[in-house]
Design a protein. Sequence first.
Length: 458
Amino acid sequence: MRSAIHATVLLISLGSPAFAGDTSTADLIAACDKAAASPQDKTVPAGIAAVAPEKIEAASAIPACEAAARAAPGNPRVLFELGRAYRAGKNYDAARIRYEEAMRAGSALAASNLGSLYAEGLGSLPRDDREAARLFRIAADQGVAAAQSNLGSFYQNGRGGLPKDDVEAVRLYRLAAGQGYAAAQNALGNFFHNGRGGLPQDDVEAARLYKLAADQEFPSAQTNLGYFYQEGRGGLPRDDNAAARLYKLATEHGNPFGQHGLAYFYQVGRGGLPKDDVEAARLYRLAADQGNASSQNSLGTFYQSGRGGLPRDDVEAARLYKLAAGKGNSYAQNNLAYFFQEGRGGLPKDDGEAVRLYKLAVDQNNAAAQSNLGYFHATGRGGMPKDDAEAARLYRLSAAQGSALGQVNLGNFYQQGRGGLRKDDVEAARYYRLAADQGNAVAQCNLGILYANGRGGL
């Protein structure tokens, strides 16, 4: 899952409530707290509910906090909350000014949020990862969970002049996760999921952390937990209905990974959802437009085959495959390679480029690409030497992953005794059956011939 910078966000409208002339300073500060208090601010008085960034109503929060700032000039919490209100209204320059004032007054939270403005390059600020890292460190050293998490992300990705350092990222994520910060819980879960940063690969711990973050409505964690339910990982039961529910929640927040997971469920009719290619295409497009490589590839396949109410359009399919392949998506690399192999989608017929892309996908253990590259070895295409032994090796890898294409090609090699394999109709029939059961027409035909001739033990 991609790491992100987390701070405040969204919403703008107009209008300002009236404040009575005799309203006390304490009442004005309380009104600002009620409108824009941060969930991370430990100085907020008891009884006042914190407001998540996306829940701040800028139209009422800005005048409330401006009134409090006039009544209590130099109050760091009020200045910080006023900055949050301006950011909620997308007035990033006003937010920056208030964060700077709050930081000078001693607010570490303001340093963290100011760092986010620099990291994202909002308002008139240029994107400046080094300044963002400096500010995150100031706040992180004072225990601000968001800053610890964001600084961890910078170490994870080597941003802000920092070295790529998964171990340091884990240390910072642990600090923030220990304070209940959802983004850090999700990031730490991902590190356990993949066994990174000196952590053991531990799906059970990953699931626990994903659940903590998902329970706080963190969309990426909802998607990750949904995937664990989909696959039955981390000690969780395989539960498509639970997965679909979590994908829906993430989709409601516009999360592209949730959109992709939900689209796939509509495509195949899982999780209690009807099989609906039109809805799948709609969701794939939403995720693809946000740069999600898996959805770009899936939407490409819909254009290639004319599914989901989309026209059959190889040119658009090729465009989408290129986008996804450029992000390292192995399925798109395989699909784009096939288009170069066949000269489709406005692309030239180019076996050399097809081989290059197949190899990239094979390096990621893509089963279809293993079979396709095997075919190039078997036929000596794309500048490859004709090498049946290497073709057989690749077909076997592909078949072992359940690829019908790999199974039918390996069956054919057994039937012909190629690639160092003994001629064996029984083994050929076994692989043809595996592929035929997946609907592969070539395998069905080959198996029928074996039946007709009483071969392969049939």
